[in-house]
Write a protein that binds this ligand. Structure first.
Ligand code: FO1
Length: 312
């Protein structure tokens, strides 16, 4: 059994590889919900939907989010009433959010709604939101505190980040099955997602870091930083803004207290010694996932590293 901690696009692409080498029934994915937002009264869970659409084969491959070939008629009609349109929710994507909101209003938890939607899209793996309780990632900037999607989409992540906070994290509990999936796994994988705003909220939940430290399973992380650059999104700018070096070594340091295996790109082979000096095993592989075969090869390498791990 493999348990994966996941954000959005980077994690979804890695999972496309993992499902080629491990049966879906043996995979549990714990997904960040700090990016969630409410628009037009609807609950939108971008990272959960990105993972769902990608694994269902319906994602817009170019963007990495939304549904391929979707139209935007509803959003354009909503503009007449003064609703914001900067968050590009397509018509079919809206249907997912309408259904989720309907399920929540019927009294289902986010975990139940997420599992039901994943099943409707034909997925057999276990998809868990990190929490059923509300947690909102907010970004401190010189303009003040911004909601995550305001920072990420509306401002195109171009404003310097001075700090990050997860509103509601103190009261939030991990969703049912989250801690069990970490403690009971044969291997845990931290996907190549932003360590601060995608994996960060999951790690900040009560009990998660402790479960990662205590699990008998080996824990591997794939660096989302290659050659001093972020594979996607604002990770590099965020690390810089917080005074951290943009390097796979920083990722290893951020996860060091629970990590066993650090997976870095061949381009970063020169960092292997320093990562090992942190007490970690290093796997040097190609981590840039362009096509289906590269995704499969990366997942295969991570699974082999976990299976071959010889103890702490
Ligand atoms: N990302 C964008 O950059 N622009 C958008 O308009 C946008 C819309 C959107 C709609 C639904 C959805 O599930 C995701 C969407 N995303 C969009 C992606 C998303 O905001 C981010 O990739 C994640 O929050 C970061 O993981």
């Amino acid at each position: 059994m493999f348990t994966v901690l996941a954000g959005g696009v980077g994690a979804a692409r890695f999972l496309e590889g993992l499902v080629q080498v491990v049966p879906q029934e043996e995979i549990t994915v714990i997904v960040n919900t700090g990016d969630d937002l409410e628009l037009f009264g609807l609950r939108i869970c971008p990272d959960i939907d990105i993972v769902t659409y990608t694994l269902a084969g319906v994602v817009d491959q170019e963007r990495g989010w939304g549904i391929e070939g979707d139209s935007f008629a509803c959003l354009e009609a909503l503009a007449r009433f003064g609703h914001p349109t900067w968050f590009r929710l397509g018509d079919r994507d809206l249907a997912t959010c309408l259904h989720r909101t309907w399920l929540l209003r019927q009294g289902r938890s986010l975990s139940q709604a997420t599992a039901a939607i994943a099943r409707s899209f034909g997925l057999a793996l276990s998809l868990l939101p990190m929490s059923d309780d509300p947690v909102a990632t907010r970004v401190m900037t010189d303009e003040g505190l911004l909601d995550f999607q305001d920072y990420f989409v509306r401002r195109g992540w171009q404003v310097p980040v001075r700090g990050i906070l997860f509103q509601g994290i103190e009261e939030a509990r991990p969703a049912p099955g989250v801690l069990e999936a970490i403690r009971g796994a044969g291997g845990v994988i931290i996907a190549p997602s932003n360590p601060l705003v995608s994996i960060g909220p999951i790690l900040a939940l009560k009990g998660v870091r402790e479960a990662l430290r205590a699990t008998p399973a080996p824990v591997a992380a794939i660096s989302p930083i290659v050659g001093g650059r972020a594979l996607k999104g604002p990770a590099a700018l965020m690390l810089e803004g917080l005074g951290l070096e943009v390097s796979a070594l920083t990722i290893a340091r951020l996860y060091r207290d629970f990590l066993d295996i650090m997976v870095i790109d061949r381009e970063d082979e020169g960092l292997a010694g320093e990562v090992e000096a942190l007490g970690l095993q290093v796997a040097v592989v190609d981590t840039i996932m362009r096509g289906k075969e590269e995704k499969r090869a990366l997942a295969q390498a991570v699974v082999e590293a976990l299976r071959g791990w010889s103890g702490r």
